[in-house]
Ligand binder design. Structure first.
Ligand code: CP
Ligand code: NVA
Length: 322
């Protein structure tokens, strides 16, 4: 099953089957258990990851870069100013040129169509490191974290409190795929879109997961095994931050909300956090919180993903001009 990931791109959680998700998590757990062996085996020796960033990052940049170092490879950071995607050069040409140098391309972009265009034109796998529509690497790390703590994913009840954004979309698709019941609580007008919810429900039909959208955080949190939140204003929405602060008031994971969940409920946040807005600081430092395991797991999940999509020499060679 893992062989089916060979040479593939990851743009969306919808791209992965349930078996493929578990194959990535299994390998991530094994590699995490023996980092010394991973370092010794250096599966990416002599190989390069090109990382395109249109937006800022701490975790995505550092976890991909340290992961490649650990696995014997090299990662190149390309800042927004370096390549001016779509401005200095077309997305198509960037994809074709980078494919001649790098073994994998990772991109953090504004519009999801940009990462889709990169994947369409590249001859090496492309990984979505966050777009305005999805954040699949984050959700692989989240599922790894939940599975580590709970020993399973299927049948659990997850709740997401806040904006129906890229992280919420990927969580809905990921939960539906692995059979985790999932409820999103958003203020009216900020719910995940109807097509996203419909697609998640379609995916959930195969696993029996229940997908719900509500407007009251308490309705989502009650009895949950996992509470998740993300910033009220995502990167690129800075001008809306003040207005959103009004609209999202009450959509916070705080101690009273945590008390509605199961006593052993996990608290997750993709970070960066705005303490006092979407989450209370004390909740993130409580025994329920796994937010820093979650951040660490970005690297393990991505190492496994990269190993499975490009672990052996699979690179499609460029055209021989002779
Ligand atoms: N969670 C996450 O993607 O963090 P960064 O924006 O810092 O990469
Ligand atoms: N929704 C957030 C996630 C940051 C990791 C954003 O897109 O800015």
């Amino acid at each position: 099953m893992a062989a089916s990931l060979h040479g593939r791109s990851l743009l969306s959680m919808r791209d992965l089957s349930r078996e493929e998700i578990h194959a990535i998590l299994d390998l991530a757990a094994a590699q995490k258990r023996d980092l010394a062996a991973l370092r010794r085996s250096a599966p990416f020796c002599g190989r390069t990851l090109a990382m395109i960033f249109q937006k800022p990052s701490l975790r995505t940049r550092v976890s991909f870069e340290t992961g490649m170092t650990l696995m014997g490879g090299h990662a190149i950071y390309l800042s927004p100013a370096d390549i001016k995607l779509g401005e200095r050069e077309s997305t198509e040409d960037i994809a074709l040129v980078l494919s001649r140098y790098a073994d994998i391309i990772m991109a953090r972009v504004f519009g999801h169509s940009i990462v889709a265009d990169l994947a369409r034109h590249a001859t090496v796998p492309v990984i979505n490191g966050l777009s305005d529509f999805e954040h699949p690497c984050q959700i692989l790390a989240d599922l790894l974290t939940v599975r580590e703590r709970k020993g399973k994913l299927e049948g659990l009840c997850g709740a997401y409190i806040g904006d129906g954004n890229n992280v919420a979309n990927s969580l809905l698709f990921g939960a539906a795929r692995v059979g985790m019941n999932f409820t999103v609580a958003s203020p009216p007008g900020f719910e995940p879109t109807a097509p996203v919810v419909a697609e998640a429900r379609k995916m959930a039909a195969a696993t029996g997961a229940k997908i719900q959208v509500v407007n009251n955080p308490a309705d989502a949190a009650r009895g949950a095994d996992m509470l998740y939140t993300d910033v009220w204003a995502s990167m690129g929405q800075e001008s809306e931050a003040a207005a959103r602060r009004e609209k999202f008031r009450g959509f916070q994971i705080d101690m009273p909300l945590l008390k509605l969940a199961r006593p052993d409920a996990l608290v997750l946040h993709c970070l960066p956090a705005h303490y006092g807005e979407e989450i209370a600081y004390d909740v993130t430092r409580s025994p329920n919180s796994a937010i820093f395991d979650q951040a660490e797991n970005r690297m393990h999940a991505q190492n496994a993903l990269m190993t499975l999509i490009a672990g052996d020499s699979h690179r499609k060679e460029g055209k021989d001009p002779r």
